[in-house]
Design a protein around this ligand. Structure first.
Ligand SMILES: [Zn+2]
Ligand SMILES: [Zn+2]
Length: 62
């Protein structure tokens, strides 16, 4: 899996730093490349699991 270390992303809603592999992180498969569409668990619930940009179902980052 390489040695690039932990990958962190920022929640697009609350700007919390999320550590992939430690925190539960959701992303939009359509928007994550263009818009860094990552979301924390709390905002995932607030968004009812839908991307605020395109309305797609958010997926959990594994
Ligand atoms: Zn958030
Ligand atoms: Zn989207």
């Amino acid at each position: 899996m390489g040695h690039s270390g932990w990958v962190t992303v920022k929640c697009r809603i609350c700007a919390r730093t999320l550590l992939i592999g430690r925190d539960i992180v959701y992303y939009c498969p359509k928007c994550y490349k263009d818009k860094d569409a990552y979301f924390c668990e709390a905002d995932y619930k607030r968004l009812k699991g839908k991307c605020p940009y395109c309305g797609s179902e958010l997926k959990m980052v594994l």
